[in-house]
Every structure is written in structure tokens, then in C-alpha cells.
Design a protein around this ligand. Structure first.
Ligand code: PEP
Ligand code: MG
Length: 324
């Protein structure tokens, strides 16, 4: 009976604005921007900055980082760019030797946890981002946020660096601050975080592995790694609702955002932005343009009441969307 307590999707007002969905690109390197633009990206929804650490033998300097961030922002011009602070750890093992190995990397020091443990390295990245903010429409996003305290510490460090740079006479643009929603506790408690951020972005790759306790890279449990499980959709919906209740946008940058089966459901839930591999954008756009939002709202409402297996969702959406 749990679903009865879940507010129907239709209660989230579908506005004209909400009918338009931002289609954005996930990139790993400034060189990917050209591909993103060529594929019609309206924004960079996720710039994974780990590339600076993953092949390097030493930590990237502030100047190196600044160049990389500025390169992305200037290429994007007026279009928004979300740059995520380093999400090192888990599947993204760095090579600089600056951080300890973790016995259980997905559950250890990774992402923002690692940044807050190594604050001088984190401050360097924040300074590079702040400097770059003068060159475009920048949003900074924190990965793997687990507690409100972590988020507030990260924001305080950002403020401290902003004040220092301003006192040095450095130009800083207006920037937004957002967080990834990829740790289950944050998804469940999203309403407690919305006042502290300008936007949220759902990281369904990690959210799925943590919710189903199935390693995202382990083929032996691939059948349990179910991004289309109804539990994911329920949680995603509650995060979108929490964002909309506080008038902030809800984006998604996990693989689910590019999944043709999930797109109608997510659209029905009012997701504001879909960020994906550049190569997936044009198909997703065609699909979204074809969708009748009202029908998708009905579809989304059905999915959140389903039993905990993704096969039911898959069969249902196939059937419901078969006739266009
Ligand atoms: C995610 O977890 O869904 C995500 C977008 O981040 P990454 O894949 O980089 O962990
Ligand atoms: Mg992630």
C-alpha cells in the first residue's frame, strides 16, 4: 500500500515551461564540447572533471584547471554549463597517487567526501572554477553528497574562496550551485536539501547501484542492476516533486536520462533537463518532441504504483507507447 502515500504525478502542475525540456550533454573533456554542440546540446549538464586526475601523474594545478573550465565555457557561449567537482573514487580511480586506496571504493572516500578530506586540493578546484565563471554561464555541482552538513561545508569553502579572489581583484561571474542526487539517503530526504541549492541533478548510475545493492560494473549482478526498477522511478518522482515544490529545476545526468523507455516516464514526471552522452541527444529529442505530455503524466502515474520489478515497467511502457 506504500504507493497510496505517494502523491500522484498529475499534482505537479505541467506548465508551458515544463513542457520544454532542456537537452544537455555529458562530457569528460573540453574536446567533447564540439561533439555536444554538433549533436544539438542546449547545455552541458555534466562535465566530469575527473579526466584531469585520471590519467595524470600529478595533481592538476589551478591554472591547468582554469584553462579546461574556461575552454568549455567559452565554447558554450550563452548556453549553461554544469561543471561537477572531482568525483574521484569508485569506478574512477585516479593515478596521481595523492589519495589512499579504499578497501570498498564505492562506499568509501569518494566524490565530495574525498574533496572535504583533502580541502587544499578541493580549494584549488573551487578557485579555478570561480575564475572560469567570468567566461560563461557556470553552475558548480557537487557529487556524492550524503549529508546536509557536507553540502554546507562545501558551499562555505566556495564562499571563502570567492571572497579571497574578489579581494585579489579577480573577476567572478554569477554562478549557480547544485548537487547530485545519487546517494539514496539524499533522494529520500531531498526536501531537506532543496533550500540550499539552485538545482538538483539525479545520478541514476550510482543511485541504482546503491538502491539495489548491485555494483554498477559487475557483470555477475547485472540482472540486479535495474535502472528501470519501479523503486527508482518512485524515488526519482519524489525528488522532482521536492524540487518543484521549492521552485528549483530537477535534472538527470545518469544513463537513465537517455533511455528511450524511461524518457516518456521522466517527461511525465516533469523532469526539467535530460543530460546524456552527446551521441544520444538527437534520438532523445525526436522522442521528446513526439510525446504528448498529458499522456506521459498518466504513464508516470502508473509506473510509480508498480511492483518491484523492472520487467513490468518495460512491458507496460512498450505497450503504452507502441502506437505513438
Ligand atoms: C551517476 O552516478 O548517475 C552519474 C551521472 O555520475 P557518474 O556516472 O559519473 O558516477
Ligand atoms: Mg555518480
Amino acid at each position: 500500500q506504500l504507493h497510496r502515500r505517494i502523491r500522484p504525478v498529475g499534482q505537479t502542475k505541467v506548465t508551458a515551461d515544463r513542457d520544454r525540456s532542456l537537452l544537455a550533454a555529458n562530457i569528460n573533456d573540453p574536446a567533447d564540447v564540439a561533439k555536444a554542440l554538433a549533436n544539438g546540446a542546449q547545455a552541458i549538464g555534466l562535465f566530469r572533471t575527473e579526466f584531469l586526475y585520471l590519467k595524470a601523474h600529478q595533481l592538476p594545478t589551478e591554472a591547468e584547471q582554469f584553462r579546461a573550465y574556461k575552454a568549455v565555457l567559452t565554447q558554450m557561449g550563452e548556453k549553461p554549463v554544469i561543471i561537477r567537482t572531482a568525483d574521484i573514487g569508485g569506478d574512477k580511480q585516479e593515478t596521481t597517487g595523492a589519495f589512499d586506496d579504499q578497501m570498498n571504493p564505492y562506499l568509501g572516500l569518494r566524490g565530495l567526501r574525498l574533496s572535504l578530506t583533502h580541502q587544499s586540493i578541493f580549494r584549488t578546484q573551487l578557485r579555478a572554477l570561480l575564475r572560469a565563471s567570468a567566461y560563461g554561464k557556470l553552475s558548480i555541482m557537487f557529487p556524492m553528497v550524503t549529508t546536509l552538513h557536507e553540502l554546507r561545508v562545501a558551499k562555505a569553502l566556495l564562499d571563502q574562496e570567492r571572497i579571497k579572489l574578489l579581494s585579489e581583484g579577480v573577476a567572478i561571474g554569477r554562478l549557480k550551485v547544485g548537487m547530485m542526487v545519487e546517494v539514496p539517503v539524499v533522494a529520500i530526504m531531498a526536501d531537506q536539501f532543496v533550500n540550499d541549492v539552485d538545482f538538483m541533478s539525479l545520478g541514476t548510475n550510482d543511485l541504482t547501484q546503491y538502491l539495489l545493492a548491485a555494483d554498477r560494473g559487475n557483470e555477475q549482478v547485472a540482472d540486479l542492476y535495474q535502472p528501470e526498477n519501479p523503486a527508482i522511478f518512485r524515488l526519482v518522482k519524489s525528488v522532482i516533486d521536492a524540487c518543484h515544490d521549492h521552485q528549483i529545476p530537477a535534472f538527470m545526468c545518469g544513463e537513465l536520462a537517455a533511455d528511450p523507455l524511461a524518457i516518456p516516464i521522466l517527461k511525465g514526471m516533469g523532469l526539467d533537463g535530460f543530460s546524456m552522452n552527446p551521441a544520444a541527444i538527437s534520438y532523445a529529442k525526436q522522442l521528446i518532441d513526439r510525446l504528448n505530455t498529458r499522456r506521459m503524466v498518466t504513464l508516470a502515474n502508473e509506473v510509480v504504483t508498480m511492483a518491484a520489478d523492472q520487467k513490468q515497467v518495460i512491458d507496460f511502457v512498450h505497450q503504452a507507447t507502441a502506437n505513438g
